[in-house]
Design a protein around this ligand. Structure first.
Ligand SMILES: [Zn+2]
Length: 163
């Protein structure tokens, strides 16, 4: 394992206790490891300060974007969305797209990937609040036939109750 891997695993708490002790004893005396640990830690914190926020609405998890964002190939939200949703399993998830201003094929693929992941794990996903231009793309590409879109959160919550 190289230094980069050790640090990543240390921060992810996936090192065994012996390796943790060994690394902690080492990095305090090693400028390079100490510096790299600090830099990596900051990166990890950036990732944690995600643009995504969860809330609960009657046993349903609602995921929304805090600020306007794109779901496009290079957008960091694409990665954040994937990470957040893949951590869920048998959950009923609503994704609020009101802050999404653009979406491309990578974004559509990611939405479908999230949906597939949840359905495979006995969960499900619905999307709400898409802006008209986003809605149009969802319809045109046939995504909305699989991944139902609801006008707002309450509509989607009701549809879970009816199911
Ligand atoms: Zn070192």
């Amino acid at each position: 394992m190289n230094r980069e891997q050790t640090i990543a695993r240390y921060l992810a708490r996936s090192l065994d206790s012996e390796a943790v002790e060994e690394f902690e004893a080492h990095y305090l005396g090693c400028d390079e490891c100490f510096e790299e640990l600090r830099v990596t830690e900051r990166l990890v914190q950036d990732l944690r300060s995600s643009n995504l926020a969860w809330k609960q609405n009657g046993g349903i998890s609602v995921l929304r974007f805090r600020a306007n964002a794109e779901l496009t190939q290079t957008a960091r939200e694409l990665d954040q969305l994937r990470r957040e949703v893949l951590e869920q399993s048998d959950s009923r998830v609503i994704v609020d797209l009101s802050r999404i201003t653009r979406i491309d094929s990578a974004g559509l693929g990611q939405l479908m990937g999230c949906y597939t992941h949840l359905v495979r794990n006995a969960g499900t996903m619905k999307i709400v609040n898409a802006r008209p231009e986003i809605r149009k793309i969802l319809d045109m590409t046939g995504i909305s036939a699989l991944l139902p879109h609801y006008r707002d959160e309450q509509d989607a919550v009701r549809s879970f109750e009816e199911a």
